[in-house]
Design a protein around this ligand. Structure first.
Ligand SMILES: Nc1ncnc2c1ncn2[C@@H]1O[C@H](COP(=O)(O)OP(=O)(O)OP(=O)(O)O)[C@@H](O)[C@H]1O
Length: 270
């Protein structure tokens, strides 16, 4: 295995999701080849929250899609713990929510369960419990156009958590929110995850978000994306946004920022 240089060791717990030696190439209609990923290997333990940060265009979304089986890698292998194949193993949360405007809020929350064959009564019951947990009960019979951006994102989270999938793959799920709403949603996501302990891989541009939410932060280089550094986040749980005001947080933020800069060609040239 091509282990990335790392400040910290990978978890000793058995991996739920792992990837080994992932390369990915895109070919344009004119035949131009673009390498998006270069020998990416990672391993995510059961119940672990892993955040991925990296410069724009470095291949984070491509990696997430490959981890979730939406795209096949050009080379390398993704493995999910075998017993997970009995349920939809992964649920996605995207920046644009993926909320379906023609379905009610309840039907949106129940969507993952319905797609995996769960009957309406049972899936609606689960959806209603999740809507209550994200504070959207009163909108259950409404359509998503009645919801604000933050509420839609809460609905997207409810749908992912309600789906029963043990692995949640999140691509900038809070990226479209204003700073105040984003902080509220980060704390909301923290609470949900701390209660449910799903296995999460979350892509974000925000170092602060990664350090607030994650157990580990993986840093990617410029394209073609490689994992250059891994940081274990030592802050105890349950966490609140107040951890961002501590000296330890500020120090770790600097180290992650330095790791990000170290692998950008224009920085290396300075
Ligand atoms: N379907 C595609 N066809 C061709 N090129 C693609 C395709 N999808 C992504 N790319 C290219 O692959 C590279 C990686 O894209 P990707 O979206 O994975 O990056 P990212 O790190 O998620 O970017 P951002 O942070 O800006 O969202 C980029 O150069 C992008 O232009």
């Amino acid at each position: 295995m091509n282990a990335p240089p790392s400040e910290d060791h990978h978890p000793v717990l058995p991996a739920v999701l792992s990837a080994e030696g992932i390369d990915h190439f895109f070919v344009s209609p004119e035949g131009t080849v673009l390498q998006a990923l270069d020998q990416v290997s990672l391993s995510v333990a059961d119940g672990e929250f892993v955040c991925v940060v990296g410069p724009s265009g470095c291949g984070k979304s491509t990696l997430l899609r490959i981890l979730g089986g939406l795209d096949a890698p050009s080379a390398g292998e993704v493995r999910l713990r075998p017993e997970l194949s009995v349920v939809p193993p992964v649920a996605f949360v995207f920046q644009d929510c993926g909320v379906l405007p023609w379905l009610t809020v309840r039907a949106n929350a129940a969507f993952g369960l319905r797609m995996s064959g769960v009957g309406r009564k049972l899936s609606d019951g689960v959806a209603d419990r999740w809507l209550a947990r994200v504070g959207l009960s009163e909108f259950a019979d409404s359509y998503p156009d009645r919801l604000s951006g933050g509420m839609r994102q809460r609905l997207a989270l409810a749908r992912a958590f309600a789906s029963g999938s043990p692995v949640l793959l999140m691509d900038e799920p809070l990226g479209a929110l204003d700073p105040q709403n984003r902080l509220l949603m980060q704390e909301h996501l923290l609470r949900l995850w701390e209660q449910e302990h799903k296995t999460v891989v979350l892509v974000t541009h925000s170092i602060d978000e990664a350090l607030l939410l994650g157990d580990r932060v993986l840093v990617m280089s410029d394209r073609p994306g490689r994992i250059t550094d891994t940081f274990t986040v030592p802050f105890p749980r349950p966490r609140t946004a107040a951890v961002q005001d501590t000296t330890a947080f500020a120090r770790l933020r600097v180290r992650v920022r330095q790791a990000l800069r170290a692998h950008r060609p224009e920085e290396a040239a300075r």
